[in-house]
Design a protein around this ligand. Structure first.
Ligand code: KG4
Ligand code: ZN
Length: 366
């Protein structure tokens, strides 16, 4: 089953064609990063206007790369359904994707499958699974870490999402973005913090590792952000500027603090719920240090608990993340991929054209 996916929930205009939820035939992403660089973040009206300009060229390119006919009597020949991100995200951005998908579904008479953006991130791990671990086995514990969401999700089967824990304040990506701003680095912050952190000393500052108590699967990054602010303010007061080495060290300490909590909680949750696999998904899952910590702890069969005490894992689940980092950040292949499994699980999971409404606060856990 070939699905055309459309994603416009934030600042990426993305369209892809995916076969059977795993094979990516095309994956085109037009990123607005240079546009939002000047404001240091996404201005919703600016993002929305750019989606309107780019959506048609991006659709055409994705179809062309997948070898799908765009015009004439054979409109979208070979495509079985159209999937679109319905939410959560910026309403003014979501509308462009939903409108484009509805129109295409109306004129081509193809099914329209609405997809939750977070479900999309989760299904990115089903796209081109690695050769060693081709088969994904349930139950799976997924850590979703992005700019807008930070959750632990237990899946016992396809399209079955159980919320185990979530961030009570900032998502991990949001914390990366805010710390990058404090350090005078670019937008989006995550990749910039990660880049400078590679040269830094992760042991220089004592930053909090906020675990929030025994058996607690929620997250909180606001205290850590305040701790970074205090260190930065002190440095400004004594030196009048932030030296390169200082920036690198703060970035490394901050990154280690976030990644240690994320990796420990994911492995702790996986152990508690006796899962076969643990996955990371979303923009922050591109982070090398997070991947490295998870690899090390999985290989050593341990995690650190709320007191920082080493705990042995009862069993060792398969660790999975998208090797190709363009599948971690926003893209439409993940939306087309998720749509396939949602539809396979429930053949009534499609809507008539124009019966899908964008929902900025869409929840997938009811
Ligand atoms: O999934 P995504 O593209 O969009 C949302 O759904 O939010 O995630 C974007 C977030 C941003 O906060 C960005 O700073 C962060 O992912 N990010 C990273 C890295 N690459 C992107 N954070 C840490 N390290 C990275 N390498
Ligand atoms: Zn996202």
């Amino acid at each position: 089953m070939k699905i055309l996916g459309i994603e416009t929930s934030c600042d990426e205009t993305a369209v892809a064609v995916v076969e059977d939820g795993t094979k990516v035939l095309s994956n085109v992403v037009y990123s607005q990063i240079p546009l939002h660089h000047f404001t240091g973040g996404v201005v919703p009206e600016v993002a929305a206007r750019e989606h309107v300009v780019k959506i048609v060229p991006v659709i055409k390119e994705a179809l062309k790369q997948a070898g799908v006919k765009i015009t004439g009597n054979e409109l979208l020949k070979g495509i079985d359904a159209i999937a679109v991100t319905r939410g959560p995200g910026l309403l003014s951005s979501l509308i462009t994707g939903v409108c484009a998908a509805s129109t295409l579904s109306l004129v081509s008479k193809k099914k329209l499958i609405p997809v939750n953006h977070i479900a999309g991130h989760i299904y990115a791990n089903w796209l081109a699974p690695d050769e060693e671990n081709k088969e994904i086995n349930f139950p799976v514990m997924v850590l979703t870490v992005s700019g807008g969401h930070n959750e632990l999700v237990l899946m016992k089967k396809h399209a079955d999402f159980n919320l185990i824990g979530e961030s009570l304040d900032d998502a991990a990506g949001e914390a990366f973005d805010k710390v990058a701003r404090l350090l005078g680095l670019g937008y989006p912050g995550g990749p910039h913090v990660a880049r400078v952190a590679e040269m830094g000393n992760a042991l220089r500052f004592q930053l909090p590792r906020v675990f929030m108590g025994k058996d607690n699967f929620d997250f909180s990054f606001s205290g850590l952000k305040t701790a970074v602010l205090n260190v930065v303010t002190k440095e400004f007061e004594s030196n009048g500027r932030l030296r390169e080495e200082f920036i690198q060290d703060v970035a490394a300490c901050f990154q280690d603090s976030v990644c240690s909590v994320l990796s420990d909680k994911l492995l702790m949750a996986g152990d508690k719920y006796k899962v076969k696999e643990v996955h990371i998904a979303g923009g922050v899952s591109a982070n090398k240090r997070l991947r490295q910590m998870l690899e090390e702890k999985s290989a050593g069969k341990y995690y650190f608990d709320h007191k920082g005490k080493k705990v042995n894992l009862k069993s060792v689940p398969v660790l999975r993340y998208a090797k190709n980092i363009s599948l971690c950040t926003d893209n439409a292949a993940m939306i087309a991929g998720a749509a396939y499994f949602l539809f396979k699980n429930d053949p009534s999971a499609y809507r008539r054209s124009f019966n899908v409404l964008a929902d900025p606060n869409l929840n997938m856990y009811d």
